[in-house]
Design a protein around this ligand. Structure first.
Ligand SMILES: Cc1ncc(COP(=O)(O)O)c(C=O)c1O
Length: 385
């Protein structure tokens, strides 16, 4: 299958990086579960010499995701955190990074507890306000690391503006696009240099694999990150690569349903007397609704709401029946969680308070179930708080 330059997103999901298997014609890329490859003669092989360095299943996935994000190359890792750790290898001693203050707790933990040991420094700013970003630059700033929408407060960063500021300061714009997926938002089109994903979430979409990927556009970044993928070795396994490839085939269909359910649940919650506040970029009450409409296609399946107290949040979380109380997001089934004690437990309480990440906050990753079953589930759980 040769994709034309104007292939649409759904066709790219299905076909980019996918060639019939050269030996059998199998339409689905096989799981090349091998550690090494037999060489024809000394110094002559078929393009593969060792499976940490290259694997055809992983390569097919990397080509597929590069096309989904409109990047040049994608590099797949054993987890989203491994992908972010690999990105950090672009830094040198003394470098400085500006980070969205409300990033995923695991990203904050990696930066704050691990990377600061190597004389790297991080400033956490509300990147929704580009004046804050501008002020945070120092001559040592190399990366602007942005999560939009942010987790779990659903604040947005203007990607075009962030790219402009980063480039004016000779820094790279990195976007963690996990929450949106490339169906909803393609940061490279807005000027991002690097995109990172936890493929564990929407790209795989079926809650049965942990993985990560970095998508790059600049040749120097690609050369270094490919080198580090092999040198450090945190690669995605052939089986996980195959699972994610199966997931991306339906990304465009799933995201439409995730977004429709996300919007409808946000509207339902906003109208409910027991709910103090709902955070969802598609609501008219979201202060950045216009920006969301500019840089996102649909508003995604992630929403957060505040019930006012830990006790109320606990009662709701213990009362849902269809929704599963679980960490993670982006799977076909609806997950519900308590950011303060689950995904963001590694963020100190005073930082959480500063972000508005209260103990009464509940996060939903809207799945693709029938909407009425999700609404009925929430309604009966809200009656019990
Ligand atoms: C926005 C975001 N980035 C990165 C990660 C880390 O990914 P992984 O759990 O695959 O290591 C997560 C995990 O929840 C996430 O939500």
């Amino acid at each position: 299958m040769k994709l034309g330059p104007n292939a649409r997103f759904g066709t790219i999901c299905l076909h980019a990086g996918q060639e019939p298997d050269p030996t059998t014609g199998a339409i689905i890329t096989p799981i090349y579960q091998t550690s090494t490859y037999v060489q024809d003669e000394l110094g002559k092989h078929k393009g593969y010499d060792y499976a940490r360095t290259e694997n055809p299943t992983r390569q097919a996935l990397e080509r597929n995701i590069a096309a989904l994000e409109g990047g040049k190359t994608a590099i797949a890792y054993a987890s989203g955190m491994a992908a972010i750790a690999a990105l950090a290898s672009l830094l040198k001693t003394g470098d400085h990074v500006i980070v969205t203050d409300n990033v995923y707790g695991g990203t904050f933990r990696l930066f704050d507890k691990v990377l600061t040991r190597y004389d790297l420094s991080f400033s956490y700013v509300d990147t929704a306000n580009l004046a804050n970003v501008e002020r945070a630059f120092t001559p040592a700033t190399r990366l602007l690391f942005v999560e939009t929408p942010s987790n779990p407060m659903m604040r947005l960063t203007d990607l075009c503006g962030a790219a402009e500021v980063a480039h004016r300061h000779q820094a790279r714009l990195v976007v963690d696009n996990t929450f949106a997926s490339p169906y909803i938002q393609r940061p490279i089109e807005f000027g991002a240099d690097l995109v990172v994903h936890s493929t564990t979430k929407y790209l795989n979409g079926h809650s049965d694999s942990v993985g990560g990927v970095v998508v790059a556009v600049r040749d120097d970044d690609i050369e270094w990150l490919k080198f580090v993928q092999n040198a450090a070795g945190a690669i995605l396994s052939p089986f996980d690569s195959w699972l994610v490839l199966r997931g991306t085939k339906t990304l465009h269909l799933r995201m439409v349903q995730h977004s429709a359910n996300g919007l409808a649940l946000a509207q339902f919650l906003e109208a409910h007397a027991a709910v103090r506040r709902v955070y969802y970029p598609g609501l008219a009450s979201h202060p950045q609704r216009a920006l969301a409409a500019r840089q996102m296609r649909g508003f995604g399946g992630m929403l957060t709401f505040d019930l006012g107290s830990l006790e109320k949040a606990r009662r709701l979380l213990n009362s849902v029946r269809v929704m599963a109380l679980a960490e993670s997001l982006g799977g076909v089934e609806t997950l519900i969680s308590h950011p303060a004690s689950m995904t963001h437990a590694s963020v100190p309480p005073e930082r959480r308070a500063g972000l508005g990440l209260t103990d009464g906050l509940v996060r939903i990753s809207a799945g693709i179930e029938d909407l009425d079953d999700l609404k009925e589930d929430l309604a009966q759980a809200l009656e019990r708080i």
